[in-house]
Design a protein around this ligand. Structure first.
Ligand SMILES: [Zn+2]
Length: 476
């Protein structure tokens, strides 16, 4: 009876109300699904208190316990931050936050001398206010994550000053890119005629290519220090390996990732014949400041207050163990990374993302004229293009985005196995095997996971599966 009544109500409700309710319900459905998966994974952290038998040779019980506590803290943090952002989003939608911000932006641009005919100006003010709002509300969470959770587990290397400066810099750089790009995009949509979606897509394609080109040379150095890898054995070995697989390597850099955190990584970038490799200093045993600080400059960090003292002590504890990989292991990790290039994973990912972007702009062109979409979110008299982009790309596409992101996660895991196999073909199975174990340990990864959680979330296969695959490959 009650369901019948609900069904009738639903059928009789105006289309815009049904759209609004569907968006809200879907958002909560995704939230609950994620919360369910996180709960399953949390149960694994809580109940797996001893190193499982098959992991005996890989992980000592001390590291295992450290990783377990770290992941438990991280999972609690993401539960609360996830709940907060879901509630925040719901409140914004229910209280008409978007039309409110839009009208405030209109008043500001009016006040600055741009009347309602300047929709682009109003859109830029809206964008600035919206990103400012999300930066401000997200700030306490990222502060807590860095200075409480990462700090507690010995990963944080930032001072509060560095962190604040970094956040402000990041905000300014983002605006410098976002505002001009958005105004051009809005302009193209406005003057593009019937086929505007093709021009809009081409424009975003060009922007993403330009960003890839300038990011490494002009944007990333604003945040981190990149130094060329000094001549030596490692550099020679890297160059030899690149040559061996025809990788057009031009430069190898070390980035001071250790200024931010002790997590380690490696990547490559660049176009065509101009490729560079970047290694985190935390990846390299010889460069990891984690290993150096202690022996090189005893007491150089003068403790200022009690907290700092306790801090140094905690860090010293984690420094007891050497971090980073030996040269052969670094080479094996690079062999894996270059495998992504050689096997065309990078190109495939670019093609997929561009096809997706084209499809989205096409659907956007189909939907943008539907007034009920705007009405659903409180825009009854006006249909601003920026708001249309927001509604369609973020809310209407969200089921599609969920499915796509899951497919990409599955694909990414396939690529990881293939890249591992590539490194093995280079004769690096043994070194990659030990590198994966070391990196998992340095990053306090927890080697046991719930199958459903890892299937949904892990872009990399679980450690044990990768090791198992390497072992099988080893016997080939
Ligand atoms: Zn990979």
């Amino acid at each position: 009876m009650a369901t019948l009544l609900l069904g009738d109500l639903w059928a009789e409700a105006p289309l815009e109300n049904r759209i609004f309710c569907s968006v809200l319900l879907f958002s909560w459905a995704v939230y609950l699904w994620e919360a369910f998966l996180a709960w399953r994974q949390r149960t694994v952290y809580r109940t797996t208190t001893h190193v499982p038998l098959e992991l005996g040779p890989i992980m000592d019980s001390e590291t295992f316990e450290k990783a377990r506590l770290y992941q438990l803290d991280k999972s609690a943090f993401s539960f609360w931050s996830g709940l907060y952002s879901e509630i925040e989003g719901t409140v914004i939608l229910l209280c008409g936050g978007i039309p409110f911000l839009w009208s405030v932006s209109g008043k500001i641009s009016n006040w600055a001398g741009f009347g309602p005919e300047y929709e682009i100006v109003q859109s830029l003010v809206f964008l600035l206010l919206a990103t400012l709002f999300s930066a401000v509300t997200g700030f306490p969470w990222s502060l807590y994550n860095t200075f409480v959770i990462e700090e507690k587990h010995g990963f944080n290397q930032q001072t509060l000053g560095f962190f604040l400066k970094d956040a402000v810099k990041k905000f300014i750089v983002t605006q410098c890119i976002l505002l001009p790009v958005t105004s051009l995009l809005l302009y193209i949509i406005k003057i593009g005629g019937d086929y505007f979606f093709i021009y809009a897509w081409l424009f975003t394609l060009v922007v993403s290519l330009v960003l890839v080109i300038i990011y490494a040379d002009y944007i990333a150095p604003l945040f981190d220090k990149f130094i060329p890898l000094p001549d030596g054995e490692l550099k020679q070995q890297i160059e030899a390996m690149a040559k061996n697989i025809d990788f057009p390597l031009t430069k190898v850099y070390i980035v001071e990732g250790s200024k931010r955190s002790s997590h380690s990584n490696a990547y490559f970038y660049g176009f065509f014949k101009n490729k560079r490799i970047v290694l985190f200093d935390t990846l390299l045993e010889d460069y990891s400041t984690h290993n150096k600080e202690h022996s090189d400059e005893p007491g150089s960090e003068t403790p200022v207050d009690g907290r700092k003292e306790e801090d140094t002590e905690a860090k010293a504890k984690t420094k007891n163990k050497k971090q980073g990989c030996k040269n052969e292991e670094v080479l094996a990790v690079l062999g894996h990374e270059l495998g992504h290039w050689k096997l065309g994973h990078t190109v495939k990912n670019v093609i997929i993302s561009q096809m997706n972007s084209f499809l989205c702009f096409f659907l956007f062109a189909v939907l943008i004229g539907r007034k009920e979409l705007f009405a659903a979110f409180g825009f009854c008299d006006t249909q601003p293009t920026l708001i249309g982009l927001l509604i369609i790309f973020q809310f209407i596409f969200s089921p599609y985005n969920e499915v796509l992101s899951f497919c990409l996660t599955v694909l990414s895991r396939r690529f990881e196995f293939q890249a591992d196999a590539f490194a093995k073909d280079l004769g690096k199975a043994k070194d990659l095997y030990s590198a994966l174990i070391k990196l998992n340990k340095d990053n306090l990864g927890f080697p046991v996971s719930d199958w459903l959680f890892s299937t949904w979330h892990y872009s990399h296969p679980p450690l044990l599966e990768r090791l198992q695959a390497l072992k099988e490959l080893k016997q080939d």
